[in-house]
Design a protein around this ligand. Structure first.
Ligand SMILES: [Zn+2]
Ligand SMILES: [Zn+2]
Length: 172
């Protein structure tokens, strides 16, 4: 398949047919069947080229079947910021990356809104850092957009909330 690269040496952006893309075991790097050839500099190793944005999506397409791999630039991957591990979501039972409360991203957002509805500010990630005077406003907004009904915290199921501190905005 063709992948779009940028040569680190000459800055040339070029398409290169790298043949089949595979992912060797114990490696986060995909393996290309053929060599990367810069039209100006000739053969390049993977360290000698950048993957352009186009190249990244091409590669993502090619390795879509390969699970749980961060290619080249894991920082762009929202999940790496979110999920600590994959597992069954406590609330919806789907297999997804979960956060530290055992919820998938979607359910976590629901829980967060529920906590705001119930004025459990201390547990809500969204309410974190919001000045007290603005909390009611935040709640109003949530209800305005998502309605007053609780989405996740249902009487039949115990609340999955934990008294853990929740810091989300942290980035490495
Ligand atoms: Zn070059
Ligand atoms: Zn879920």
């Amino acid at each position: 398949m063709e992948i779009n690269f940028e040569c680190r040496k000459c800055g040339n952006i070029f398409d290169c047919d790298v043949g089949e893309v595979t992912l060797p075991e114990n490696s986060l790097r995909p393996h290309f069947e053929k060599n990367i050839i810069c039209p100006t500099c000739g053969q390049r190793t993977m360290d000698e080229v950048f993957l352009t944005e186009l190249g990244q999506s091409q590669l993502t397409q090619a390795t879509l079947d390969i699970e749980g791999v961060d290619l080249f630039d894991p920082e762009d991957d929202e999940l790496s910021d979110y999920g600590f591990f994959e597992g069954e979501c406590q609330a919806c039972d789907s297999f997804q990356p979960l956060n530290d409360t055992g919820l998938c991203q979607e359910c976590d957002a629901k829980l967060d809104r529920d906590l705001i509805r119930q004025r459990e500010w201390a547990y809500s990630a969204s309410a974190f850092g919001v000045p007290e005077s603005k909390l009611e406003e935040l709640r109003k907004k949530v209800i305005e957009i998502y309605g007053e009904k609780l989405e996740l915290i249902a009487p039949k199921k115990s609340t999955p909330k934990k008294s853990k501190k929740r810091k989300r905005k942290k980035k490495k």
